[in-house]
Design a protein around this ligand. Structure first.
Ligand SMILES: Cc1ncc(COP(=O)(O)O)c(C=O)c1O
Length: 356
């Protein structure tokens, strides 16, 4: 299904930037967009007409298949500005590989590497003033693909649109996160689409997450759909458990998103000689560890918040509080990741990607 079009990128610039109208000290995550966006259409078996143009609305038929069958996948990544004004991405090839993996699972065509990187770097360069320097400030980048063929027949679309939007973001403080361990609803199942960043995976979580919110918890930690015995991941984060000084996290499977932050934390932990076990983690062992005091930390890992420490979790009728750890693993990995992302430290793994 892969097809490559080595086509020149068309560029249509805005007449005047909207940047002066934006209050960068008061941004709501993901709701303000930079001046330009990228658009490329798949038709007649090939990706064509890659274009950067002013951010704005689309005209799409209400019969486009994306609205009826949910053929849509996306990515989330960030651009960072260092103290000298240089702009960096973090492991962008991972996002490129993952969006194509997601597309394949949803019977959608893969996107060509050359157009992806040309579009991404050109777009970031054009809108680089939208990235404010300072730890925590970034430009959140949202590549996505949707089925645009007109027709409500339940079959894969023959036409698609690949787009990239960019949204300035401030440090994303989740505060103290309280989570519920799922014992009824499921996010994904064996053989399903959990490992894909498919749009429907997220819509399906809103209802059970709302139920958790009504009880005063912010997120759900999903468990295996068979018996709800094993801990898997949170809504937009992979999850780590520190038991004594060992870090536990669920292995990647077709139910779990292969997170870039997760694999980076594992690499940093191994570099720091911290014992990491990627293996099925039982709910019962974490409940037991909470009871006997060996559970030191739980934290989420994902692009949006980087690392989110969990201060309490509930399982069935019980709630367990975790002691705040100012110099724990979560704080340590967050600092190590931010230092690499913002070009404040060495980059031993070659994760930084210089844009301009
Ligand atoms: C379901 C899910 N798990 C984990 C993650 C974390 O992945 P990453 O670290 O690549 O952002 C995300 C966010 O992309 C996600 O949506």
């Amino acid at each position: 299904m892969n097809s490559s079009a080595t086509q020149k990128l068309n560029i249509q610039k805005v007449e005047s930037s909207r940047i002066g109208q934006v209050d960068f000290s008061n941004l709501t995550f993901g709701s303000t967009f930079s001046d330009h966006m990228f658009e490329c259409d798949y038709k007649d078996g090939t990706w064509q007409n890659p274009t950067i143009k002013p951010y704005g609305p689309l005209t799409i038929s209400p019969a486009a298949k994306v609205f009826h069958y949910g053929q849509a996948v996306f990515e989330g990544m960030k651009a960072y500005k260092d103290d000298n004004g240089k702009v960096w991405l973090f492991r962008p090839q991972e996002n490129f590989l993952r969006i194509n993996k997601s597309s394949v699972r949803m019977a959608m065509p893969e996107f060509p590497r050359d157009i992806f990187f040309d579009a991404l770097t050109t777009l970031v360069k054009m809108d680089k003033d939208w990235i404010k320097p300072g730890l925590g400030n970034s430009l959140y980048i949202r590549p996505f693909v949707m089925a645009t063929q007109v027709g409500v027949g339940a079959s894969p679309s023959t036409e698609y649109k690949f787009m990239i939007l960019m949204s300035p973001a401030q440090a994303y403080y989740t505060g103290d996160v309280k989570v519920v361990i799922a014992d009824h609803y499921s996010r994904s199942a064996n053989g399903g689409v959990g490992a894909a960043k498919a749009a429907g995976n997220y819509g399906a979580q809103f209802f059970p997450t709302n139920l958790a919110r009504e009880k005063g918890f912010q997120q759900v930690i999903w468990t295996d759909a068979n018996n709800h015995e094993y801990l898997e991941e949170a809504g937009t984060m992979n999850v780590f458990f520190r038991v004594n000084d060992t870090l536990l996290t669920a292995p990647i499977s077709d139910r779990i998103l292969d997170g870039v932050t997760r694999k980076s934390v594992i690499a940093l932990a191994k570099q720091d000689n911290i014992k990491v076990e990627e293996r099925p983690v039982l709910v019962s062992e974490i409940v037991e560890a909470a009871k006997n005091g060996s559970l030191k930390e739980i934290f989420g890992a994902g692009t949006a918040a980087v690392i989110s420490p969990v201060c309490a979790f509930s399982y069935k009728e019980d709630t367990f509080d975790l002691e705040k750890q100012d110099d724990g693993f979560a704080a340590r990995f967050k600092k190590e990741l931010l230092d690499i992302q913002y070009n404040r430290s060495e980059d031993p793994f070659d994760w930084r990607f210089e844009v301009v």
